[in-house]
Design a protein around this ligand. Structure first.
Ligand SMILES: Cc1ncc(COP(=O)(O)O)c(C=O)c1O
Length: 390
């Protein structure tokens, strides 16, 4: 059996056709018609007016902070339970991140704790300017209360939507909840351009400023004239062609990943000691990665034993994100809460979740290792076959 990967790229549609078109038209430099079209199409999917295609989601987060004028001397609140890129982008801007823990029920930013954290940093004299709220594993933050907290403290809300393309919050697509939002098209994401990202907003001026900054902040004159420090962050036309083809399949990708998750839950959800990331009632997750929590006492083995057992079967699984306050590089930064994400890191495992994951792949470990688990998959098959088009 070939190795089962955590979240491999999935190519089925018009990728070859559109990339061949980019090559045939000689638009293989940065910028070009596919970049313009990808920006318009992605903005429509995210429910916002403006978008700029960039070299990565990290670049998108960085430029979001730069166009907001955030820099040295400023502080930015950040979801503590995230991938390091969210906090790294704050560090690139010269500002200082502080971290706020997640709620048990959503695994995303805790709005009450955020409120107290900003108040506490302000009381200490800090210039808190923004919040980077991270949509985790495809699930949006609870943006109603998060936005209220931001408004009360007069700070700007930046949405790290790197993992949530195709998810919804209160019926609206992920990406329109923050003043600015960043998407990632990294190789492991729900759609990929091999590497890439997008910054989106309803505010035209921010996006246009980011567009200029992303090509070395060149002024619109014939020679190279620069009034501000720029970056080389633009997406190429070749990769945008790939992205457009991938975006066409987004609804099916979301369906496939949600189905993976439903099958895991149907098969394993009632095993003592195993539980899954809750889906918050305020939206729909894209189920980018299915996350399982292992309670060693009740299950009889810990998360690492499960991961190693899967690895022995050539199945890739990964611990949940190690929270920022436990990362040596950010350990000295102010942190509010931290126990929720620390416990999830200790016990949580991301399971193979790719949209190309076959029923056979998903059941492989169970079939080979335990006839009882194989029975569970048979039951899961019959239970999820009616819901697979959700
Ligand atoms: C939550 C989060 N933020 C930011 C990023 C950065 O995106 P990229 O890898 O495209 O720079 C990622 C993914 O890689 C992510 O998962």
């Amino acid at each position: 059996m070939p190795r089962v990967y955590l979240s491999p790229p999935h190519v089925t549609g018009r990728e070859a056709e559109l990339v061949a078109d980019a090559i045939a038209s000689n638009w293989i430099a940065p910028l070009g018609p596919h970049v313009d079209a990808f920006e318009a199409e992605l903005a429509a999917v995210a429910g916002v007016e403006h978008a700029v295609a960039l070299s990565s989601g990290t670049a998108a987060l960085h430029l979001a902070l730069v166009v907001l004028g955030i820099g040295p001397g400023d502080e930015v609140a950040c979801s503590g339970f995230t991938f390091a890129a969210s906090a790294n982008a704050i560090a690139y801007s010269g500002a200082t991140p502080f971290f706020v823990d997640a709620t048990e029920s959503t695994w995303t930013l805790d709005p009450d704790l955020l409120d107290r954290a900003i108040a506490s940093r302000r009381d200490a004299g800090a210039g808190v300017r923004a919040v980077v709220a991270v949509d985790l594993y495809g699930q949006c933050c609870d943006y109603g209360p998060v936005a209220e907290v931001c408004a009360r403290h007069d700070v700007v809300l930046v949405q790290d939507a790197a993992e949530s393309l195709g998810a919804t919050y209160r019926g609206e697509p992920a990406g329109g909840q923050g003043a600015l939002a960043a998407f990632s098209f990294n190789g492991n994401k729900i759609i990929t351009t091999s590497g890439g990202g997008m910054l989106v907003s309803r505010e035209r001026d921010w996006v246009e400023h980011a567009r200029k900054l992303s090509t070395q902040a060149r002024e619109p004159v014939p020679h190279y004239e620069h009034l501000e420090v720029g970056f080389n962050y633009r997406m190429s036309n070749l990769l945008a062609a790939l992205g457009r083809a991938q975006l066409e399949s987004l609804p099916e990708r979301v369906t496939a990943r949600r189905r993976n998750r439903d099958r895991y839950i149907a098969a394993l959800g009632d095993v003592p000691g195993l539980s899954f990331m809750p889906e918050a009632p305020y939206g729909t997750t894209n189920a980018w990665l299915t996350c399982m929590v292992v309670d060693p006492g009740a299950f009889g083995a810990d998360r690492e034993a499960v991961r190693l057992a899967l690895e022995a079967e050539d199945i890739e699984a990964r611990p949940l994100w190690k929270p920022m306050h436990l990362q040596p590089i950010f350990a000295s930064h102010h942190t509010f809460g931290g126990d929720v994400s620390a416990r999830l890191f200790e016990r949580g495992l991301c399971l193979p979740s790719g949209s190309s994951l076959s029923d056979e792949d998903q059941a492989a470990w169970s079939r080979r290792s335990s006839p009882r688990a194989a029975d569970r998959y048979a039951v899961a098959d019959s239970r999820t076959s009616t819901t697979s088009s959700q």
